[in-house]
Design a protein around this ligand. Structure first.
Ligand SMILES: [Fe+2]
Length: 405
């Protein structure tokens, strides 16, 4: 165990940082000093980080400022003057930055790995931005082993990284028993329940409460746009697929957004700004939500789509002229989305499980014929948050090992 490390059951963290993470020291600090009214850290590789003193004071990792047990803040920042300054800044033998503050002489000690990981200068922010890679019909869906990832964290990490970046992955060799999907989902997080239950069976049934449970072809769609926050992830595990037809189809909604922006900017403006409404049809619940067909972040990048033709609600929130434009824009988007240049299609085999970002990837299936054989898929939802947390925990574990804890 390293110095100042807390180990409780399976939980391990160091008190040297104001979090529960581990930050290997990959670049050491050459010097640290006051610079104008800020604190400057010059790294051995020549980069410089500037920290606002109040920002650093708030992140003090001592157990008066952050609880030893929860690592949540105890510090009352309203008691810290905004103009707080460092009275002295020194590097100790381990290369940590020690600061004595102007306000009451509080002492803080900063871990170089943590300082580097939390640097917010332009160069550091740029290093953290990853370019979004989108795909068209030439995409080869990456495959992973549904048994191996239960045992092997490295394989799990490879799978989740691919799911995060491309939005669609395929697992092979998932045991064809009902409930196998649960074990895989629980490697990531907690399954998100919905009006379809915890696990849902995608099978043709007489009392269908969704078109998904008929044998008709299902147009490309996302699930549950009728929820304020639709599920971020969807898993579908193929247990039996003997019926003729029933091929699975996928389109990258973010690629579609990119192409529509290039080819039809006026349409793009409407589908990214007008709220379209959705409502589920059910005898026992009535979820409704609305939003643009493609939602953008503040930089103009697509962050989610809300596309589904079979649970769209009538547009009743727009004046007639705008309503016509909104319908025409949706019509254009749907026609474009169905062009072959976007679509990846394959028939799932027993033991296959697709995992995809439900708010990015549109999915559909061709019609199948129940009188030619059975078709049975089991599905569930999780949220993007669960994927993000699982990835960060796996990365934390790697950093912990690298840090020598
Ligand atoms: Fe669906």
């Amino acid at each position: 165990m390293g110095s100042h490390e807390v180990l409780t059951g399976s939980v391990s963290y160091t008190l040297e940082t104001p979090d529960m993470d581990f930050w290997p020291i990959e670049v050491s600090i050459a010097r640290a000093q006051n610079s104008d009214e800020d604190i400057e850290v010059v790294w051995a590789d020549g980069c410089t980080s500037i920290y606002y003193p109040f920002w650093l004071r708030e992140q003090c990792s001592c157990t008066d400022c952050h609880s030893e047990t929860t690592r949540e803040a105890l510090i009352d920042i309203t008691k810290i003057p905004l103009e707080i300054q460092a009275e002295s800044i020194t590097l100790d033998e381990q290369g940590y930055v020690n600061i004595c503050w102007s306000d009451g002489g509080h002492k803080s000690r900063y871990h170089p790995g943590w300082l580097r990981a939390n640097s917010y200068d332009d160069w550091a922010q740029k290093e953290r931005v990853s370019e979004l890679k989108t795909w068209d019909n030439s995409f080869s869906v990456l495959e992973f082993d549904g048994v191996r990832l239960l045992e092997c964290d490295d394989h799990l990490y490879e799978w989740l990284t691919a799911l995060d970046s491309s939005g669609l992955t395929l697992l092979k060799n998932v045991p064809t028993t009902k409930g196998s999907i649960r074990k895989i989902a629980e490697r990531i997080g907690i399954i998100r329940q919905s009006n379809f239950g915890t696990l849902f069976d995608v099978v043709s049934k007489p009392d269908a409460d969704s078109n998904a449970y008929l044998s008709i072809g299902l147009p490309l769609h996302m699930d549950l746009p009728s929820r304020e926050t639709p599920p971020g992830l969807q898993f579908l595990h193929c247990i039996v697929n003997e019926a003729k037809g029933g091929a699975s189809q996928f389109v990258d909604g973010f690629h579609l957004a990119k192409i529509i922006k290039q080819e039809a900017p006026e349409i793009f403006k409407i589908v990214t700004t007008v709220d379209y409404s959705f409502q589920n049809r059910s005898v026992d619940c009535d979820f409704r939500a609305s939003g643009p067909l493609i939602r953008l972040d503040k930089y103009g990048n697509p962050i989610e789509s809300r596309i589904n033709t079979f649970i769209a609600a009538p547009i009743i929130n727009l004046p007639h002229d705008m309503l016509k434009k909104a319908i025409a824009a949706k019509h254009y988007l749907l026609q474009t989305m169905n062009e072959p240049r976007f679509k990846v299609e394959f028939k799932m085999q027993p033991g296959d499980m697709v995992a995809f970002d439900n708010r990015r990837i549109l999915h559909g299936r061709s019609e199948f014929y129940p009188n030619t054989g059975s078709r049975f898929l089991e599905g569930c939802y999780l949220d993007r948050d669960d994927l993000g947390s699982a990835l960060r925990m796996l990365e934390r574990k790697k950093r912990r090992i690298k840090s020598g804890y």
